[in-house]
Design a protein around this ligand. Sequence first.
Ligand code: ZN
Length: 228
Amino acid sequence: MSDAALVLFSAGQDSATCLAWALARYQRVETVGFFYGQRHAVEMTQRQVLRRAFLDRGAANLGEDHVVDLAGYGAVAESALTADRAIALAESGLPTTFVPGRNLVFLSVAAAIAYRRDIGVLVGGMCETDYSGYPDCRRETIDAMQQALSLGLATAIGIETPLMHLTKAHTWALAHELGGDALTDLIIEHSHTCYEGDRTQRHAWGYGCGACPACDLRARGFEAWRRA
Ligand code: ZN
């Protein structure tokens, strides 16, 4: 198995930080993104802008990008992210932005690509700390998935989750540790988090509507990092 990693790359703050983390550790890094009918196709644009920015910074080990159309899954898993429905708390206590099984599907498809590309490590920005208790972001779930994929593919598949126990403020700090102001500026400018897909309003922490839960989390994390 080569010294290579495949980063689940959605163009968010977390996955941009994961990409920088992987680029610092692996000789070959490829990226995968999923289209599943999300309202903000802006993600798909920002993925390419971010990849170009990393290449311009001299990331010679950044290899191919893979985009997989999972619109069929998106239709099945329909929720506030993929449908025109208000973002609110459902009766289950999970926000309506919860897309059931999303990370399980993403990791399965990513593992298939990794297998074909002779890559033994997947890297994802799943995080237990700041999120709304998405059960497929927990390390326990990821460990089970790692085992299932390794057994099912009969080859060792590792799943690295460098942000698992970090707050959003810690994630900004990690990016700064990896690449200084140049990297945090790049993430502020080009990564996209906003659920509403807004890139018209520029804040100190980047673009977004400033009102949705994703913007709120990003803004609060940024302010906490700046105060630290
Ligand atoms: Zn927003």
